[in-house]
Design a protein around this ligand. Sequence first.
Ligand code: 5AD
Ligand code: SF4
Length: 501
Amino acid sequence: MLNCELNASVQHSFANAEDKLRHYKGEMGKTFDIGLERLTGGVGFPVGVDARARNLAAATEIPGAGRGTFFLETFGCQMNDHDSEKVAGVLLSRGYTQVESPESASLILYNTCSIREKAAQKVFSRLGEFGLKQDEGRIIGVLGCVAQQEGEEIFKRAPWVSLVCGSASYSKLPELVAQVEAGNQRVTGLDTDTDETFETPVTRRDNPWRAYLTIIEGCDKACSYCVVPYTRGPERSRASDSILREVRQLADLGYSEVQLLGQTVNSYADPTARKMRFSELLLAVADAPGIRRVRFTTSHPRDFTQDIVDAIDAQPKLCNHVHLPVQSGSTRVLRAMQRTYSREEYLEKIAMIRGARRPISITTDIIVGFPGETDEDLAETLSLLDVVRYDAIFSFKYSPRPHTPSLAMRDVISEDEKSRRLAVLQEKQREIQTARHSTMVGEAFELLVGGKSRRENQWSGHTSCHRVINFSSQETALLGKYVQVRVTGATPNSLVGEEAP
Ligand code: 5AD
Ligand code: SF4
């Protein structure tokens, strides 16, 4: 599934391209760009281009223009980031203006994450801040996974909230917002039994070159630790013709990289008569004129098949990166997690990817301290790192979640022990990354430039294999361009380089 909770992002609005650039510059430095561009400095507007204006140009009518201002803060994964882009699009098309601080907004929305407890708590601390200012007449709404998880309980905990809407109900969002505008104090959208996906005529995308596009929503897997099937509902795939139409529109608007999103993106099942396989869809997206890179996340090992690797081999526009969460290296723990594969079966998938004609980066997610995890199980996970030698890992301490089967499991691991295991795992990966990075010095990569540093002549961009490289160049207008960069230095967590002549 998608990587969540690495940071919280605020959906900002900017008066112009330079403002946006000023805001983001300086956020450079993370090496592996798993799609959270706010962590990578990968966001910056070229002077003279305003993606919001470009997207809004598509909207013909603005009902209720001048209606009010909204502030939208997003927590969690890329899927939430993209949902927020669509929510912003819905509100902008209703005549709202986006503002940068909750204080100056008439409508405040939090798009929340509940993948781990810490993430879920964040929204309640935000809501607490507003409890003190109830009388100021603002409308406050909670969207996303915490909304779905807590439902109407949120009204009890924070009576100043008037909208609670989970992601499976977003197709009704314009209707729900209209009810809130009409003065309804308790508006909910909490159904998950829907076939619909969240498609809106206007999406306000944050990044002018790289667009997210959700192709499958919800999740039908039943990993025993995971709240997502509960909060995001069952799997719903978007029609392939609608996806391809949007990709062509994105290319016309100047986007050159698209990232297809889904909790289990490769479980895509085209609902149209065309019945496109996921690998066929990848190739069709790459065929859109103007598209230079196509990436996808997150893949589930069970549905990762040879034809996906064949497609990557056949079409260089398909990025050479696969995010393939393993969660544990121990078959015993994988069984308890209900991951539907063994260590050996997972390693067969890795062998399939390693068998490609061009090198493909592999990243993963790992949970430590799952109930009943023994020292031997942890040793299996550590040995898996040695075998696979991942380009990067995202590692988490197990967090018990409501409505999940693992909540009732015995042999709970203490927080201290989970922290110890996490540190051991991260140290192991650090050694692997140190070695991998040092072999990259001298290599050249094509980067899509997405960030400019405060420091003179310093830029950052990401490779097809999704690494971020900070580099120097004498050029003055590189944002959004593709350049060749040679790596000149490496640490376990960063790569630096210079533009290759
Ligand atoms: N506790 C800890 N980590 C979790 N993840 C999902 N659910 C939990 C949980 N209850 C991790 C998985 C997933 C990533 C996005 O978050 O590793 O792949
Ligand atoms: Fe991913 Fe499993 Fe959660 Fe589905 S249930 S989102 S496959 S971790």
